[in-house]
Design a protein around this ligand. Structure first.
Ligand code: FES
Length: 254
């Protein structure tokens, strides 16, 4: 898939909670095909101390308006500066990067996202729904204050929530949700903190569920040149930015 470097205009900024925000960015030209699980690398022009582009998950795509939604967590200088952009500002974006989640047909699918890992699951749920799958999405956050907008996910499946303090949905981690013991699934897809993804992988192995995870290794170039994102798999070292970020757990040493 051809990679592009294009300027996008920031047309909308939405604060979700104190940590997360969503940027709607608009291209001048028609968008290329973008698959669920792929990401973009964004240049942070409004902070001269940030040299490297920032990899961000693609949250949603609107082909009619040439708009990509990026879900961002403030974790450092770069992402903090992205949150200070003004409507009308220009962002240089390299995309679409990485591989994509598999899309089965007519299966029972389970999507589990924790923290910022909920980002790629919206676009994925759209594809899974369109392919006739039954979609269950579990979104895990620390408390109701950290909750993301659930309405966006609801057209594509059943949305369940867990909070660590019990202030919304079931109390606990997403991998402790009762639906995992009460129902069975054919496929699971997960993104978020590694311990959570490893718990999803363990559940999937134990229950014969095909499982794909989105790895969030440190990245710099985003196109296979710097090797800072390499992960050791059963098939040897793999660049997460070009051969991932999506991996089937049978290929990982988990
Ligand atoms: Fe540079 Fe993957 S980020 S090789």
């Amino acid at each position: 898939m051809k990679k592009l470097i294009q300027d996008f205009e920031l047309i909308k900024y939405k604060e979700l909670n104190c940590e997360h925000f969503v940027l709607d960015i608009k291209a001048k030209e028609a968008l290329p095909e973008i698959l669920p699980g792929q990401f973009v690398n964004v240049k942070v022009d409004n902070n001269s101390s940030v040299f490297l582009r920032r990899p961000l998950s693609i949250h949603n795509v609107d082909y009619e308006r040439n708009v990509i939604q990026l879900f961002v967590k403030r974790v450092g200088e770069g992402t903090k500066s992205l949150g200070e952009l003004k409507i009308g500002d220009t962002l240089s974006v390299v995309y679409p990067l990485g591989n994509a989640f598999s899309i089965p047909k007519n299966a029972k699918t389970l999507l589990i996202g924790g923290g910022c890992g909920v980002a790629p699951l919206l676009y994925l749920s759209k594809f899974l729904h369109q392919a006739g799958n039954e979609v269950t999405i579990i979104l895990g956050v620390r408390s109701a204050h950290d909750s993301v907008s659930l309405e966006a996910y609801k057209p594509y499946g059943r949305v369940l929530v867990t909070t660590e303090d019990g202030s919304q949905g079931e109390k606990g981690y997403p991998t402790q949700h009762s639906v995992l013991t009460n129902e069975s699934f054919d496929y699971s897809f997960t993104c978020g903190p590694e311990p959570m993804m490893k718990a999803v992988a363990a559940y999937s192995k134990a229950n014969d569920v095909t499982c794909e995870v989105s790895l969030e290794n440190m990245m710099a170039c985003g196109f296979g040149a710097c090797l800072c994102c390499v992960t050791d798999t059963k098939k040897g070292n793999k660049c997460v930015c070009t051969e991932g970020p999506i991996f089937n757990i049978k290929d990982l040493k988990w």
